[in-house]
Write a protein that binds this ligand. Structure first.
Ligand code: PEP
Ligand code: MN
Length: 253
């Protein structure tokens, strides 16, 4: 996919803002993450917000900005497919379709995503068991699409110190139960930018094939998920810190 392999020796880094907010915000982030070594740009144009009164995403305008960022940087694009109504539109722009935690068992959406033929990143549901997650993944595979990525993004537990509880044990379990690449999202996983570096190191040690990381030029002013996004400098520093961990795990970044 645009020269990027996921599931090989190199750990694929997907980075970018939680939401696409503006051309300036997205392009600044895209250039910075590309320079630091990311190969995929993330950014939500359709956002699954808990409250209907919060920012819902720029829609197609956001997709167009992602396409512009791809043209300028060469990064591949991952963005969330929120609804069956948007399948064709989102698939026209995206290189990878992200299915969010809140749609993890929306089987009709999974089938529609599979049928586009684009790679699909399937997040784990908020309270989804691994067995249920694997079966949700089967909906993609059984509909003729072998390009499936599983993404652990934390599950809901009794713990409130973190936004979610990142289940790193999912990595070796999924590796055992499937042949597919496993992605860790430490940003939704912890909900706290100060924990992202440690979560990434743990993910690399566990054998994750890719990391999906939220990065924003000014997290304090972000329109969504401000508390968990890294700054551009923070992301560059993370990449430097991760390199020796990747080597120790027999991988590269
Ligand atoms: C996101 O990636 O910004 C997101 C909404 O993720 P999740 O579906 O894991 O909550
Ligand atoms: Mn987010």
């Amino acid at each position: 996919m645009r020269g990027t392999v996921i599931g090989g020796k190199k750990i694929c880094i997907m980075a970018g803002p939680c939401s696409v907010e503006s051309e300036r915000q997205l392009l600044m982030t895209a250039h910075a993450v590309a320079k630091a070594g990311a190969s995929v740009l993330r950014g939500g144009a359709f956002k699954p917000r808990t409250s209907p009164y919060e920012f819902q995403g720029l829609g197609e305008k956001g997709l167009k900005l992602l396409a512009k960022a791809r043209k300028e940087t060469g990064l591949a694009i991952i963005t969330e497919l929120l609804s069956e109504d948007h399948v064709e539109m989102v698939a026209d722009y995206a290189d990878i379709l992200q299915i969010g935690a809140r749609n993890a068992q929306n089987f009709q959406l999974l089938i529609a995503a599979a049928k586009t033929g684009k790679p699909v990143l399937l997040k784990r549901g908020l309270s989804e068991r691994i067995e249920e997650w694997l079966l949700a993944g089967e909906y993609i595979l059984a509909n003729g699409n072998p390009n499936l990525l599983f993404c652990e993004r934390g599950i809901r537990t009794f713990e409130t110190y973190t936004r979610n509880t990142l289940d790193l044990s999912a990595v070796p379990i999924l590796k055992k139960e499937s042949h597919l690449p496993v992605v860790i999202d430490p940003s939704q996983g912890a909900g706290r930018s100060d924990l992202v570096v440690a979560m990434c190191k743990g993910a690399v040690a566990m054998g994750a094939d890719a990391l999906l990381i939220e990065v924003h030029p000014n997290p304090a002013e972000a329109w969504s998920d401000g508390a968990q996004q890294l700054t551009l400098e923070g992301f560059a520093k993370l990449m430097e810190e991760l390199r020796p961990f990747a080597v120790a795990a027999g991988r590269e970044i």
